[in-house]
Design a protein around this ligand. Structure first.
Ligand code: ADP
Ligand code: GLC
Length: 479
């Protein structure tokens, strides 16, 4: 039995701000249980729903020296859907109303977490063969492991993998402060280790010290080795090419299943969507105050509102689209105030045509995936993207820019061969996006049979974890 420990800052159903939580919460379920014992460790945030917190069992606690003093490390455990989860407890660090807070404080919270993950291992009766780290929050785990913990025999055979879900976020701060906080030795803060552009960089530390690096789509692997996508780490990633690969994310097909989803108005599948999906659309229009007409082309957006997601393109041309076309938009998301206000503005100017829901709601996200005709995701960059996979699963055709995982998962409609599962454009250009959206609109209105055939193909696509989990198994075996 191989023992794997996932370490991450968020995980469904306990805490989620984006796709990282979906991945960490669903991938462990898909390993071959006979050969792989995959467990997860994350912080015990106060914002984890009370019904989960009250079910956790206390295992042990101790004090760990970190940032100038001995600090409490509590360990709790919970079995959930066949997976063992460990939670690291420290109320000083993890009692916020959301997982992340002020940037500098997050650096402290997650370096504490990284050291604590290693420190708890002798007490949990689980000596992993591999620690699988996710994103910058856990970047210091491989660093601590290969340095501070290296002389302890317990740790010498443990290997590490780090998965980059988003290279933009690296966890950087001035070297003297990070040195003081983490207690890592001076010799580690050099340009071949943790230092990048005069600062200490957690993700870089992870990339340098992990035995293997992965990211979440094959296209993104190639993109990040170039200056545009590389976020100043492109040369390092290039240098690590031999130990760096892309494994596409999947989604949880049990959670996102239109045939058994109790959060949508009417369940449906690839055979029944022609009648039943429309009922979801009508109900969604009603719920969101959109003009109730099942024939109108309805486009969904569910997203963190950041420039990564291509909102600048939308800002440039949405007035033109909303004033000239017979379309509606159902928008759900939170993030940069600028984009939140932009959508509030569109909703005010085009009542009945655009509904701006500036909050977080799992339930509404399911109803948008189920009720819309198309799903717009014109990202500037997209390591993988899960929303477009959710949209496919609910027969809502994605309109995407050809970058990262969007390129790897959405096959553009080819009207000559009658193939494809969505619509895509290449350049980060608002008018290219608008032309693609209008092309989709034209197929929807004028070639309904073709549209429905595409919906059927989209719903039959398999982006569950099955294939990708096998690739992770192989990677663990090789290590
Ligand atoms: P990212 O991780 O970059 O935000 P992904 O497409 O990988 O993008 O994953 C986004 C996840 O977050 C999806 O599960 C999506 O449904 C969800 N999501 C984003 N914003 C909201 C929101 N406001 N309410 C509910 N779910 C949301
Ligand atoms: C990041 C990326 C997104 C990816 C997700 C899960 O948040 O922005 O593209 O799908 O992580 O890997």
């Amino acid at each position: 039995m191989k023992k794997i420990l996932f370490a991450a800052s968020e995980c469904v159903p306990f805490a989620k701000t984006g796709g990282l939580a979906d991945v960490v919460g669903s991938l462990p379920q898909y390993f071959n249980k006979e050969d792989y014992d995959v467990r997860v460790v994350m912080p015990k945030y106060l914002c984890i729903p009370e019904h989960f917190r009250s079910q956790m069992t206390y295992i042990h606690h101790f004090y760990m020296y970190f940032n100038g003093r001995n600090r409490y490390v509590g360990i709790l455990k919970l079995e959930y859907q066949g997976i063992t989860y460990y939670f690291i407890d420290n109320e000083e660090y993890y009692s916020g109303s959301v997982p992340y807070s002020d940037y500098f404080y997050d650096l402290e919270k997650f370096s504490f977490f990284s050291k604590a993950v290693l420190s708890i291992l002798p007490s949990i009766d689980f000596q992993p063969d591999i620690i699988h780290c996710h994103d910058w929050h856990t970047g210091l785990i491989p660093v601590y492991l290969k340095n501070e913990f290296a002389s302890d025999l317990f740790y010498t055979s443990i290997k590490t993998v780090i998965t980059i879900h988003n290279l933009r976020f690296q966890g950087t701060w001035s070297i003297p402060e990070i040195k003081r906080m983490t207690g890592l030795s001076d010799s580690l803060f050099t340009s071949d280790k943790l230092e990048a552009y005069q600062d200490a960089n957690f993700l870089k530390g992870g990339i340098v010290y992990a035995d293997y690096v992965t990211t979440v789509s094959e296209t993104y692997v190639e993109e990040v080795k170039t200056p545009f996508f590389g976020e100043k780490l492109d040369k390092l990633l290039w240098a690590r090419s031999n130990c760096f690969c892309g494994i596409l994310n999947g989604i949880d097909y049990r959670e996102y299943d239109p045939a058994h989803d109790n959060q949508i108005y009417q369940t449906f599948d690839a055979k029944t969507f022609r009648n039943r999906k429309t009922k979801n659309k009508s109900a969604l229009q009603k719920e969101l105050g959109l003009e109730e007409n099942p024939k109108t082309f309805l486009i969904g957006i569910v997203s963190r509102m950041t420039d990564q997601k291509g909102f600048d393109l939308i800002e440039r041309v949405l007035d033109e689209i909303l004033s000239q076309d017979v379309v509606q938009f159902a928008v759900l998301g939170t993030g940069d105030t600028h984009y939140e206000d932009m959508f509030r503005g569109f909703a005010a100017r085009y009542p009945g045509k655009l509904s701006a829901n500036i909050y977080y709601s799992e339930a509404l996200s399911h109803r948008i995936y189920a009720g819309c005709d198309a799903f717009l995701m014109p990202s500037l960059f997209e390591p993988c993207g899960l929303s477009q996979l959710m949209a496919l699963r609910y027969g809502t055709l994605p309109i995407v820019r050809e970058t990262g995982g969007l390129k790897d998962t959405i096959e553009p409609y080819n009207e000559f061969a009658n193939t494809g599962t969505g619509f895509s454009f290449a350049n980060y250009n608002a008018h290219e996006m608008m032309a693609t959206l209008r092309y989709a609109e034209h197929i929807f209105y004028d070639q309904k049979r073709r549209w429905n055939q595409m919906v059927e193909r989209a719903m039959k696509k398999d982006f569950s974890w099955e294939a990708s989990a096998r690739k992770y198994e192989k990677l663990y075996d090789n290590l």
